[in-house]
Design a protein around this ligand. Structure first.
Ligand SMILES: [Zn+2]
Length: 492
C-alpha cells in the first residue's frame, strides 16, 4: 500500500440493563454526562486523543488518514429506544457511506447494547457497516470488558479487543491494541478467530481484575501472544442484560486456527475452574454500617460501596437505604456521593448556600421508592463540570448538571449528601471534593459504584465493604428473574 490507509473511525457506547426502570433516549446520547457529548466530524479527531476512551487510544496509536464518523455514549440504563439507536446508527453509517472508499473501519463499541427491538445492538450496527464497506475491508472493534459478545459481532468483524481491567484504567490502551490488528489486516494477512461463550454469569462485584480469581487470569493474557497468536481477550459479560447471548466469552485471533483454538480453550478452562471463586457475597446494610462506624475515622475512612445502585450499571442512583441507616446510627463525618435528584439540586440552588429546605430526597426514579425525608442545609452548589483526576476518568470533565452538597439536619448524625442532576457513577474522589467534601477527612464514605471507585478510593480507605442495599443492578444475580438466557447458563 503506497498511500496512507484511510480508516473510518467512530463509536457507540451503551450498557443496557434489562432490569433498569428507564431506558436511553436520543437526548441521553446527545448530551455530555460523565463522558463527552455526541461528537461528529473533525471535533472527534481533535477532542478524543487525550482521553481515556478507546477511540482516543486508537487515534494516538497509529498514523492513519482518519475519516471521522460519529461517537456517542449514554449512561447505562434500560434498553436504548429504537429512535436513538436508529439516529446514532444513521450518523455513523451515513458518514461512512458518504466517505467513499476506505481501507478499514475502527469502531469503539461497548458490546452490551440492547435496544427496544434488538437484543444485540452492536450486531445489528456492525451488519450495516459491513454491508456498506463490503467483505474485503477490515472492521476492527474495541469492546468494554462487560460486553456480552455475540456470534453476530464476531462474524461481522475481522478483529476485536476487550478492556483487560476493571476498574477500566485501560480503555485508551484497548483502543491502541486495535492499531496493530488493523495494520496486520491492511497488510493482507488472514486472521483466524476462536470464540467461546462461558456457561455461567459472573456478578459485576466479583469481576474486579485487582482481585482473584480474575487478577491472575487477566494477568496471563499478554503472555499468550506468540508468533502464531496475535491476541486473546476475555469479556467478563454484563449479567444485567437479560438476553439469549448474555455472559462471559473468550475471543482470540492469530495466524493459524489450531494455535488460536488452543489458547482460547486454555483460558476458557481456567475461567471454568475458577467458577466457585466468583463470590457474590454482600453485607446487609445494618452489619456494614455498624462495621464502618467501628473502624472508620477521619484520615482513614471506610468506604461503603452501594454496589447495586450503581448508575454505571443502570441503577437509578437514588436509593436511600444506606443513608437512612447512617442517620439512624448517628454516624459522624459520613458522606454519600452521588445521589441523583434533580429536584433536590434545583431546590438547593433556589435557597443558595447556607439555606435550609425540607425535601423527600431520592427514591424517585428507581427500584426502591422510599425517599429520605428530612431538612437539609445547603453547604455547596455548582453547575460547572468537575475534572476527575483518578486513573479511570483520567483528567476528563464530568458534566453532572446542577449539583449540591447537603448536610442532613439531624440532632445526632453528621452526614452530607452530594446530589446531581445527571446520573453518573461515583468513581472519582473529585465527585466529593468538587462539592467541598474532602474524602480523606471523612470517617465513612458511601459511593454509588460497584468496582470503578476502587482505583481512586482504595488508597485512602481503611476498608471497603460491599453492601446489599436496594438497586436496579443486582449483584445477587441468583435473585434476578431472568427470562431470556439460553438453556444451560447458570446465574449463581
Ligand atoms: Zn464496563
Amino acid at each position: 500500500m503506497t498511500h496512507r490507509p484511510r480508516i473510518a473511525v467512530g463509536g457507540f457506547q451503551h450498557e443496557s440493563n434489562s432490569f433498569s426502570p428507564f431506558g436511553a433516549t436520543y437526548a441521553d446520547f446527545a448530551m455530555a454526562d460523565g463522558w463527552p457529548a455526541l461528537t461528529t466530524g473533525q471535533a472527534l479527531l481533535d477532542q478524543f486523543p487525550p482521553l481515556n476512551i478507546p477511540l482516543g487510544g486508537f487515534l494516538r496509536a497509529a498514523d492513519f488518514d482518519y475519516v471521522p464518523l460519529a461517537w456517542a455514549s449514554a449512561e447505562p440504563s434500560g434498553p436504548v429506544s429504537d429512535e436513538a439507536f436508529a439516529r446514532v446508527s444513521d450518523l455513523i453509517c451515513d458518514a461512512l457511506a458518504k466517505a467513499g472508499p476506505v481501507d478499514g473501519v475502527y469502531l469503539d463499541l461497548h458490546g452490551a447494547m440492547v435496544t427496544a427491538s434488538h437484543e444485540d445492538g452492536e450486531g445489528v450496527l456492525l451488519a450495516r457497516v459491513r454491508k456498506i464497506v463490503g467483505p474485503a475491508v477490515p472492521i476492527v472493534v474495541s469492546l468494554d470488558m462487560h460486553a456480552n459478545i455475540t456470534a453476530a459481532m464476531t462474524e461481522q468483524t475481522d478483529a476485536m479487543t476487550v478492556y483487560r481491567t476493571y476498574p477500566h484504567v485501560d480503555m485508551a490502551a484497548t483502543g491502541e491494541r486495535c492499531a496493530p490488528l488493523m495494520r496486520t489486516l491492511l497488510a493482507g494477512r488472514r486472521l483466524y478467530k476462536a470464540f467461546r461463550k462461558l456457561p455461567f454469569l459472573i456478578p459485576l462485584s466479583a469481576q474486579c481484575t485487582d482481585m482473584e480469581p480474575f487478577k491472575s487470569i487477566y494477568a496471563s493474557l499478554p503472555g499468550l501472544a506468540s508468533d502464531t497468536v496475535l491476541s486473546i481477550d476475555i469479556a467478563s459479560g454484563f449479567p444485567a442484560a437479560d438476553i439469549y447471548e448474555c455472559g462471559p466469552a473468550v475471543i482470540g485471533y492469530g495466524f493459524d486456527q489450531a494455535s488460536v483454538d488452543r489458547c482460547v480453550d486454555e483460558v476458557y478452562a481456567r475461567i471454568v475452574a475458577a467458577e466457585p471463586a466468583f463470590s457474590n457475597d454482600l453485607l446487609p446494610i445494618d452489619v456494614a454500617v455498624a462495621r464502618a462506624l467501628e473502624i472508620g475515622r477521619p484520615g482513614r475512612p471506610v468506604v461503603l460501596a452501594d454496589v447495586q445502585d450503581n448508575p454505571g450499571a443502570g441503577g437509578s442512583s437514588d436509593t436511600t437505604g444506606i443513608l437512612r441507616a447512617l442517620i439512624e446510627a448517628g454516624a459522624q463525618k459520613a458522606a454519600v456521593s452521588v445521589l441523583w435528584d434533580p429536584e433536590a439540586a434545583r431546590a438547593a440552588h433556589a435557597v443558595g448556600v447556607g439555606g435550609v429546605f425540607e425535601a423527600q430526597l431520592g427514591g424517585r426514579y428507581g427500584y426502591d421508592s422510599t425517599p429520605f425525608v428530612a431538612r437539609f442545609q445547603v453547604e455547596a452548589i455548582r453547575d460547572t463540570p468537575i475534572v476527575g483526576h483518578g486513573l479511570v476518568v483520567g483528567g476528563a470533565e464530568m458534566s453532572l448538571g446542577p449539583m449540591a452538597q447537603l448536610r442532613v439536619l439531624d440532632g445526632e448524625a453528621d452526614v452530607r449528601v452530594v446530589v446531581c442532576s445527571v446520573r453518573f457513577q461515583c468513581l472519582d474522589q473529585a465527585l466529593f471534593r468538587g462539592l467541598g467534601v474532602e474524602p480523606r477527612d471523612q470517617a465513612v464514605l458511601v459511593v454509588k459504584s460497584t468496582v470503578h471507585f476502587r482505583t481512586d478510593f482504595e488508597p485512602i480507605a481503611a476498608a471497603i465493604l460491599l453492601v446489599e442495599a436496594p438497586g436496579a443492578h443486582a449483584c445477587r444475580i441468583d435473585l434476578s428473574a431472568y427470562r431470556r438466557l439460553r438453556p444451560g447458563v447458570r446465574a449463581v
